[in-house]
Ligand binder design. Structure first.
Ligand code: HEM
Length: 450
């Protein structure tokens, strides 16, 4: 069975129709030919953009000369009220300094410290799902809750049940709903006279979230000063000094970073987990193999146990290939460039599309099929080296990549160990992309106890 894929639009449409499609959904606004093209140029009266699938060009933009392709200022505009000066939005020296302070907290060795909190969140998610055993349930809401819980427990040592954490979670959801045009804002260089893209509720919900996060961060600062702070991610980041300048984050800077960990780490993981659960429900043979792997886990798995969940990891990788939570990324050409013989002007948008690269006819065999076994083949690994970037690549690669891989695998294991998932035939999910790749009407599954 081929997992759901959005129907592409016809090759030629008017600008007006394009913008309408965009507003509905980023993925079905794109034509079929992008799954075969090495590069595509979009010309409109307002902007020019180049979607690049050619692995050599992707490498140039993300790895070889990232400074010449900074993050697009359009994205920043949509997210600034919430994320301020966070590492997700900054460029140049400010960005480099922030990464020097944040990266050590996410390094391989330190991931070990986050595992117990991740596992507790995974078991809590399984218990919430178990309460629905014998019926059908919408799982995006469940995985969203689970991913928010993982972030809170690993960052602040608080489960999401904590009233403050719950409040932040609900405010974030409200913020996202008030931001449906973010992608439009990012991709189209709209002229100034076009209506502003922030809806009215946006700045107030952003302000409320920031107030809540400020509260958590200041409390933590006090605990650090008193020597009573738990050794979690927040403490690690707040006590790490930049090796070059010796400076630490101020409270305001830390609030910006916490906001991005929460947004980048919760929506994305929630989307990947929900799709993974659906793919497993649709492929019972894989589901049974994963359940068997999970049953071999001890009560409190550590790093060595995690590394034994090989099939679970392949399924999660395959999910990130078919449904990359961040479907496209946007950069700006800072200077004149030549891409595949075509002149690219400064200011042009350069779009990198995990969505199209991962399903590219010429870069993967049988790209639309769910085939986790490909990850153990030479051909599959070769494709992954050239055409797989769910976490981006190069110096701006996702800080949370290994964290997210561990989280995904542990959550799947905790759920499949005790529960059996089935598809709801009349509710096949329909992928659409806003901030992340979601299903138009949610992802519905039947849940039963094993
Ligand atoms: C499956 C889960 C995840 C996926 C697919 C994902 C994907 C990505 C991608 C594609 C980017 C680059 C965006 C761009 O350049 O425009 C990114 C950046 C980032 N992600 Fe993740 N992410 C995930 C989970 C996480 C988690 C759990 C955290 C933190 C706890 C996190 C923190 C960040 C941060 C801070 C950045 C900005 C890095 C920079 O610009 O230097 N992400 N992520």
């Amino acid at each position: 069975m081929i997992p759901p894929k959005p129907k592409p639009r016809p090759d030629r449409v008017s600008l007006w129709r394009y913008m309408k499609l965009f507003r509905q959904d980023l993925l079905s606004a794109q034509p079929q030919r992008l799954y075969r093209a090495w590069m595509a140029e979009f010309r409109t009266p307002f902007f020019r953009s180049y979607l690049v699938n050619d692995p050599a060009l992707v490498q140039l933009v993300l790895k070889d000369r990232p400074r010449d392709f900074p993050k697009s200022s359009r994205i920043a505009e949509g997210l600034r009220p919430l994320l301020g000066n966070s590492v997700f939005l900054t460029n140049g020296e400010v960005w480099a300094r922030q990464r020097r302070i944040i990266d050590p907290a996410f390094e391989g060795g330190r991931l070990r410290d986050s595992l117990p909190a991740m596992w507790d969140a995974a078991c809590a998610a399984r218990d919430r799902l178990t309460a629905h055993a014998g019926s059908t349930v919408e799982v995006e809401e469940q995985t969203s809750h689970a991913a928010a819980d993982v972030i809170f427990r690993t960052l602040f040592s608080l489960p999401i049940e904590d009233a403050l954490a719950q409040q932040v979670f609900h405010e974030f959801r409200a913020y996202q709903r008030s931001q449906p045009l973010l992608n439009l804002a990012a991709f189209l260089r709209l002229p100034r006279w076009m209506p502003r893209l922030h809806r009215r509720g946006t700045s107030t919900s952003a302000a409320r979230i920031r107030a809540l996060i400020t509260d958590l961060t200041t409390r933590r600062q006090d605990q650090i000063a008193k020597g009573t702070a738990p050794q979690d991610l927040a403490t690690k980041i707040m006590t790490t000094a930049d090796p070059e300048t010796g400076q630490r984050f101020t409270t305001a800077e830390m609030v910006d970073q916490v906001a991005i960990f929460f947004l980048a780490g919760h929506e994305t993981s929630a989307s990947a987990l929900a799709w993974a659960l659906w793919l497993l429900a649709a492929h019972p043979d894989w589901q049974e193999q994963l359940a068997a792997e999970a049953r071999a886990l001890p009560d409190r798995p550590g790093m060595a146990d995690l590394s034994k969940l090989r099939l679970t990891r392949d399924v999660f990788r395959e999910t990130l290939r078919l449904y990359p939570p961040v479907p496209m990324m946007v950069r700006e050409a800072a200077q004149p460039e030549t891409f595949r013989g075509r002149a690219v002007r400064p200011g042009a948008q350069v779009v990198l599309s995990p969505w199209h690269q991962h399903r590219h006819d010429r870069l993967w065999s049988d790209p639309d099929s769910f085939d986790p076994a490909r990850w153990q083949t030479e051909a599959g690994r070769a494709s992954a080296r050239t055409a797989y970037m769910p976490f981006s690549a190069g110096p701006r690669v996702c800080t949370g990549a290994s964290f997210a891989m561990a989280e995904g695998v542990l959550l799947l294991a905790a759920i499949l160990r005790d529960l059996r998932l089935g598809v709801v035939p009349e509710r096949t999910p329909d992928p659409v992309a806003f901030l992340t790749v979601r299903a138009r009407d949610g992802i519905w599954l039947r849940i039963d106890r094993r």
